[in-house]
Write a protein that binds this ligand. Structure first.
Ligand SMILES: O=C(O)C(=O)[C@@H](O)CO
Ligand SMILES: [Mg+2]
Length: 269
């Protein structure tokens, strides 16, 4: 049976961020993820998790200057020091939140750079970060993201992510397989799950309806079928990770809007 985590950056937009923990627990979630914890004190977040019986399953490393459009630093030549400092900061939060995974966003390919230099920077950065994370037993996630949502993003495809992981050569770097992005870029989602999950290199799933990124029961992907595929493959290969619910509720910020849209979860709760 898949385990679902509420993405608190996207779900419950009708509530203040810190109130979303309680709402997720009330709706039956046992795990949560979010993008960035850095505006909140780690002990405040840890207290929310504890008070609501929740497990932190994932959050993102610092992305650079998000307000100016940066989407990660991993592939940016010349920003290596800042990248490494960001990983240290993320690892401190991971320790405080007892979180086993950090998503390391790749970044936008800088204009005028050689593809080989960008790839080399990415691989070297991930290798160094993985060594730091391994000391703490933390896995680093890399996520292919569709170029419609983030034009110019370095990593778009599952096969590229798996090739990069082979090149990085660290056992604690894994793919964050976001089925929303996967469907938009590549399709053939069930076959890709069957191909990649048994490799042990998929650390986390995320889901949303395609194309609007609303609830998973709206759109062109048949999620009940895909959950059965994940269950089936997991039973064979022993995968026991989480599926992050990373969607924008169709009812937006209307009071109770997120909870009202969770009917799709009922058979899996
Ligand atoms: O956009 C996504 O998909 C994510 O998982 C985020 O962490 C990155 O924007
Ligand atoms: Mg995602």
């Amino acid at each position: 049976m898949p385990r679902f985590a509420a993405n608190l950056s996207m779900l419950y937009p009708e509530l203040d961020f810190l109130d979303r923990f309680e709402a997720a627990a009330r709706d039956g979630f046992r795990g949560v993820e979010f993008l960035f914890p850095y505006d909140c004190a780690a002990n405040e977040l840890a207290a929310r998790l504890r008070a609501n019986g929740l497990q932190q399953v994932l959050f993102n490393g610092p992305p650079g200057d998000w307000g100016k459009g940066e989407k990660g630093l991993a592939c940016l030549p010349g920003r290596e020091r800042e990248f490494r400092d960001g990983i240290a900061r993320a690892l401190a939060y991971a320790a405080a939140l007892d979180c086993p995974r950090i998503h390391v966003m790749a970044g936008l390919v800088p204009a005028g750079t050689e593809p080989r230099e960008v790839r080399g920077t990415y691989v070297a950065n991930l290798r160094a970060a993985a060594a730091d994370a391994a000391k703490q037993g933390v896995d680093l996630m890399i996520e292919p993201i569709n170029p419609r949502d983030i034009p110019g993003f370095f990593l778009n495809r599952q096969d590229d992510a798996h090739a990069l992981i082979a090149e990085i050569g660290a056992g604690n770097v894994k793919v964050q397989m976001d089925l929303y992005h996967c469907q938009i870029v590549e399709g053939d989602v069930a076959t890709r799950i069957r191909r990649y999950l048994p490799t042990g290199r998929v650390g986390h799933f995320q889901i949303a309806g395609v194309p609007q990124r609303h609830e998973p029961d709206v759109g062109e992907l048949n999620y009940p079928y895909l959950f059965d595929v994940i269950d089936d493959v997991s039973a064979q290969c022993g995968w026991d990770g989480w599926i992050g619910c990373e969607y924008r509720p169709a009812r937006g910020s209307r009071p109770g809007g997120t909870t009202a849209g969770l009917g799709w979860l009922a058979p899996w709760r």
